[in-house]
Design a binder for this molecule. Structure first.
Ligand SMILES: NC(=O)c1ccc[n+]([C@@H]2O[C@H](COP(=O)([O-])OP(=O)(O)OC[C@H]3O[C@@H](n4cnc5c(N)ncnc54)[C@H](OP(=O)(O)O)[C@@H]3O)[C@@H](O)[C@H]2O)c1
Length: 312
């Protein structure tokens, strides 16, 4: 319907052949200004087809309403959601998917991710665990086998993980009947994840990079190199960051509720090889999301080399 105005968004082919649009709309905290439904509708009108949701964002009903009102056919959309850590017990996984589908008013998801590689107790809410007593002793492979069972139901077209480091994946992959199709992790020039991305891509696990603009905390948009490359191209720093990501074969899911930025974030530019290389060489290291939640018990989620995932 908007095809003549809609920028062409490329796709990343998942291991099972499903196509994932390489730029999607992030929705974490997107409801805070009361503009989420409008933003989702505007994004779809602009050409976004990939929407990144999660139980934890606590805003899926609003997104579901906007999706319902959209005139774009369901099969043209790529809708992602994530299993929250308090639903890792295998007997809770199918019910969690049903709740997600009900909130989003959908018959199926395109991709369901295990949001984090650790579990918290079922009675725990959406806040971070505050101590070891909040953690739940559920092996990741038990949760993953329940995810594999979901893939057989047709209610999800693909299954994947999020915030999994290579050490965990190395332990996990030989035990999988269906391998994770996607690993969604924080990616921007201050957290480029060169090794993890290479490992995933070698193993046919597509990577989606979250916080591609650094979120609200990491000022990668203000980085002097990013700004000078943007000036040279006559585009915004956000466009440089998103284009750097997609040129690496990584999907980017920038969040915005601002119509002008939504439009801009979909308009990629072509970076020269030396610009790609220079961005990849930026030495600053900073994450927005602390995977360990400051809990020593979760240090293995963060510290790749010490990853002694105790519960595989
Ligand atoms: N799997 C996980 O554990 C995980 C963790 C974190 C995030 N995520 C996903 O990744 C998505 C993106 O991450 P994020 O929301 O933290 O950060 P982000 O997309 O990197 O940055 C969002 C911030 O950048 C601003 N912004 C958007 N476009 C801009 C532009 N063109 N120029 C300047 N500023 C711009 C937004 O403000 P405006 O809205 O005002 O434009 C917002 O403040 C999330 O929404 C969520 O879907 C997943």
């Amino acid at each position: 319907m908007f095809s003549s105005q809609t920028p062409a968004v490329g796709n990343i082919k998942l291991a099972n052949g499903v196509l994932m649009p390489e730029v999607g709309l992030g929705t974490w905290k997107a409801h805070e200004g009361g503009m989420l439904a409008e933003a989702v509708k505007a994004a779809i009108d602009l050409g976004y087809r990939h929407i990144d949701c999660a139980q934890m964002y606590d805003n899926q009903p609003e997104i579901g309403k906007a999706l319902k009102e959209s005139s774009v056919p369901r099969e043209d959309l790529f809708i992602v959601s994530k299993l929250f850590e308090n639903r890792h017990r295998p007997e809770l996984v199918a019910g969690a998917l049903d709740q997600i589908l009900s909130e989003l008013q959908l018959e199926y998801l395109d991709l369901l991710l295990v949001h984090w590689p650790f579990a918290i107790k079922p009675e725990h809410g959406y806040e971070d665990p505050s101590g070891a007593e909040d953690l739940d002793n559920v092996p990741i492979m038990d949760t993953w086998r329940a995810m594999e069972a979901l893939a057989d139901t047709g209610k999800v077209r693909a299954i994947g993980v999020s915030n999994f480091n290579a050490a965990i994946l190395k332990k996990m992959l030989p035990q999988c009947r269906i391998r994770p199709a996607v690993n969604q992790v924080e990616v921007h020039p201050y957290n480029p994840e060169h090794e993890l991305v290479a490992y995933c891509q070698r193993n046919n696990i597509a990577v989606t990079g979250y916080c591609p603009l650094g979120g609200v905390r990491v000022n990668v948009l203000g980085d002097s190199l990013i700004q000078s490359i943007a000036a040279a191209h006559g585009c915004s720093p956000a466009q440089v960051l998103i284009s750097w990501q997609t040129a690496r074969g990584i999907a980017a899911i920038p969040k915005s509720t601002n119509p002008e930025r939504l439009k801009q974030n979909l308009q990629s530019i072509v970076l020269a090889l030396d610009e790609m290389h220079a961005i990849g060489q930026i030495a600053t290291r900073q994450r927005k999301v602390d995977p360990s939640r400051n809990l020593p018990e979760l240090a293995w989620v963060f510290h790749e080399k010490e990853a002694e995932c105790p519960l595989i």
